[in-house]
Design a protein around this ligand. Structure first.
Ligand code: 3HC
Length: 715
């Protein structure tokens, strides 16, 4: 079965790309070969004077080169050859003697955009699904089919680096503004507008494009001295963002530089050499595993396939209009586009909550993620109430009231008396067992936990927690709805702390122990950001809120005993009314909402004299191994359904460095035996909290691993 079908109209060969059996078009070796031979045929056909390329998929153009194919490459030379071949195909497109026009609707990514860039004229539909981008660096590679060369030539070095180095995608309107596409049209007119362009180009050739960016464009993009400055600034910004852990953006920067300063040919050679190097690097392997894991999670409803009938959610009820409740309501409206009814005890609170929910839409409008029209439509879906009016029609209700078992139980009882008999009741809790909350319910089968992270609109993870009696239908409904809210969803067991807070707990405690021993706050946080976390543990405590951390720490201590006893730090901070960022005072100082350095007063308050006695290596080891050990222990208890879920939870929930693949992947990389022996050494020095998990010891004895894959699709 072929991917390309051709019809000829008025001298234009209209080529439709539709890869059979695949949900998206992907540039595999076979697709490329078929395309090349099609080009040869159309070159020879006298009646064909132009080519129009478009996708036969309803809402996707081309998702790039085949990621599975490059992961399976045996070595660097093979990866280099793959990139060289891709470049050669794009060169043939660019040099094709008849104009090639491309009409883009849907995702046009990686090799898909590189193909579009090689064409002579580009149109895009102004549909939100139309995204043009080069996400390669997010997979630890670089655009290797000429993208590092053609994009800067088309839109200028600054704009191109902005996209390539961040692995960004742009919506069609921005792509037009940048000059990535020549025309923007509504989806229904795309084909006819592209046809008109083809007929035009057939007669009058490819139009000249003006230089972009005005005077600054001329000064910075248009001459070598200006560009040298651009490269220097870009390098600095990449290093600041990646801490040097991710080689791909820096390598892509060099490939762009070579091409712009030494010519297209030299650039292409540098590009495929670097592609080869990166494609077989351990960092790329890890990032590709994460891509496959998140893709697999998009299809995983958290129950065995075929065992559940998820309920369609058209109306959502949210109880509690505080920070979490309003965040859930606003995110549900803006991402899932469902009707949301927000309830609180009085209308003043409800009003405040609705304002905060609309604030999420405001942000999306400001960042141009939605149009004014969409904004109006979505805001109208939000409503509030001080009683339960409207709730009987809800398909799903999420409660986000005060974190107290009796309060949550009474909300569940009120809801059971109000909502329809098939409605699902979810509780947003981070510390209270779901089974306890559901204990008094008449229908505990429809009660479960949905643990959102704060701020709800920005944090990508959702933990769904079935209680002892929760039905598969309820689980699948919550998982699917979480995904519609834009979340990556993992289903975790109803154990204290669930997954994310469980593995975070000993890590934060250890930071507290280090601090009480006199380790400076800066040293602790700097060590962990160098390890690859976005923020260090002490700064994280400030972000989470010290009152919340104290409560969570107390629950974990009670559940797991001395091993998870928090250091005596947070209580004293709270006694001094330091709640962290939200109160403007924590371990750090805050000025106008911005973090402004460690508050030296804290050392006095905690009666600590800071010293550099503990080395960064020891700081890192104590913090990281505390988390690895807990992750192994919780995984051994079945808190996560698979190592994949555990690692994705750690990466998306707490920013565990993606290039390390997650805590369980890291244990596999280090080897369980090595992890156990380091933990034993830490136990001897710092006490029984470092005693290795039984599951880890067993793995060390039998040479076991969490994953049995060889690094392609994650287990
Ligand atoms: N290679 C291989 N498989 C791919 C793929 C790719 N580039 N893009 C998508 N797929 C697969 C997915 O793994 C999934 O497979 P499955 O059904 O067997 O699980 C299937 O296509 C559907 O994908 P999604 O479930 O992710 O579909 P969505 O509609 O949610 O998203 C998408 C579509 C936005 C295109 C998303 O799949 C995506 O972001 N894909 C990756 C894009 C990318 O990174 N491209 C760059 C590739 S590298 C490259 O081009 C190198 C070049 O420079 C030489």
């Amino acid at each position: 079965m072929s991917t390309f079908t051709v019809v000829e109209e008025q001298g234009v060969a209209v080529v439709s790309i539709d890869q059979p059996g695949s949900p998206v078009n992907i540039l595999t070796a076979a697709v490329k070969a078929e395309f090349e031979s099609l080009l040869e045929r159309l070159r020879a056909e006298k009646a064909v004077r132009a080519i129009l390329l478009l996708s036969g998929k309803p809402d996707g153009f081309i998702a790039g080169a085949d990621i599975e194919q490059f992961v399976a490459l045996p070595n660097q030379a093979a990866a280099e050859a793959l990139s060289r071949d891709g470049q050669a195909t794009m060169d043939r497109v660019a040099a094709f003697p008849k104009p090639i026009i491309v009409a883009v609707h849907g995702a046009c990514l990686g090799g898909g955009l590189e193909l579009a860039l090689a064409c002579h004229y580009r149109l895009a539909s102004n549909h939100p699904k139309t995204q043009l981008g080069l996400p390669e660096v997010q997979l630890g590679i670089l655009p290797g089919a000429g993208g590092c060369q053609r994009l800067p030539r088309l839109i200028g070095v600054r704009a191109a680096l902005d996209i390539i180095l961040a692995g960004k995608s742009e919506r069609a309107a921005k792509a037009l503004k940048l000059g990535m596409v020549d025309e923007l049209v509504p989806p229904s007119l795309l084909r006819s507008a592209a046809m008109a362009a083809a007929l035009r180009l057939m007669e009058s050739g490819v139009p000249r494009r003006p230089r972009r960016g005005g005077l600054a464009g001329l000064l910075l993009d248009g001459n070598p001295l200006g560009r040298a400055l651009v490269y220097r600034m870009a390098r600095k910004s990449v290093l600041a963002k990646t801490g040097g852990h991710y080689p791909a953006p820096l390598s892509a920067l060099e490939a762009v530089r070579t091409g712009m300063e030494r010519g297209l040919r030299a650039g292409l050679v540098d590009e495929h050499r670097r592609f080869g190097e990166l494609a077989v690097s351990p960092v790329s392997r890890k990032l590709v595993q994460i891509f496959f894991a998140t893709t697999a999670l998009k299809k995983d409803d958290g129950v065995a396939p075929g065992t559940a009938t998820p309920r369609p959610v058209r109306r959502l009820g949210v109880v509690g209009s505080g920070f979490m409740g309003s965040g859930i309501a606003g995110t549900a409206v803006s991402q899932a586009g469902v009707e949301v009814r927000l309830k609180d005890a009085d209308l003043v609170r409800v009003g405040k909550g609705l304002k905060a929910s609309v604030g999420i839409l405001d942000g999306r409008l400001k960042r141009r993620r939605i149009t004014r029209q969409e904004y109006e439509r979505l805001s109208a879906l939000l409503s509030g109430t001080a009683d339960f009016s409207g709730f009987p029609r809800a398909d799903l209700v999420i409660e986000a009231v005060f974190e107290e078992l009796s309060v949550k139980r009474s909300v569940v009882a009120d809801l059971e008396a109000t909502v329809g008999e098939r409605a699902i009741i979810a509780t947003n809790t981070s510390t209270i067992p779901i089974t306890d909350i559901a204990a008094g319910a008449h229908h505990p089968d429809r009660v479960l936990g949905m643990h959102f992270f704060s701020p709800v609109d920005r944090m990508p993870l959702l933990e769904v927690i079935p209680g002892a009696a929760t039905s598969p239908d309820a689980i699948a409904t919550a998982v699917q709805f979480g995904r519609r809210m834009g979340k990556t969803v993992i289903v975790v067991a109803d154990r204290p702390g669930f997954w994310v807070n469980r593995i975070l707990s000993p890590y934060l405690n250890e930071a507290g122990h280090l601090l009480t021993e006199g380790t400076p706050i800066e040293a602790i946080d700097r060590t962990m950001t160098r390890f690859g976390f976005p923020v260090g543990p002490i700064a994280l405590l400030d972000e989470v809120g010290l009152d919340v951390a104290a409560k969570g720490g107390g629950v974990m201590h009670q559940a797991f005993g001395e091993r998870l006893a928090p250091a005596d730090v947070i209580g004293r901070m709270l006694a001094d009314k330091r709640l962290g960022r939200k109160s403007g005072r924590g371990f750090y100082r805050y000025q106008d909402g911005k973090k402004a350095g460690v508050d030296a007063e804290v050392y006095r308050l905690l009666a600590i004299s800071p010293s550099d006695r503990v080395s960064p290596q020891t700081i890192e080891q104590r913090l990281v191994y505390a988390m690895l050990n807990e992750a192994a222990m919780a995984a051994g208890e079945g808190v996560v359904r698979s190592p994949r879920d555990g690692d994705i939870g750690a990466i998306f929930g707490i920013g565990f460095p993606p290039f390390r693949g997650g805590p369980l992947r890291m244990i596999d990389d280090l080897g369980a035996a090595q992890v156990v022996s380091t933990l034993r050494a830490l136990e001897a020095e710092f006490g029984p909290r470092f005693a290795p998990a039984a599951s880890l010891v067993a793995m060390a004895e039998h040479g076991g691993r969490f994953y049995d894959d060889s690094g392609s699709r994650a287990a």
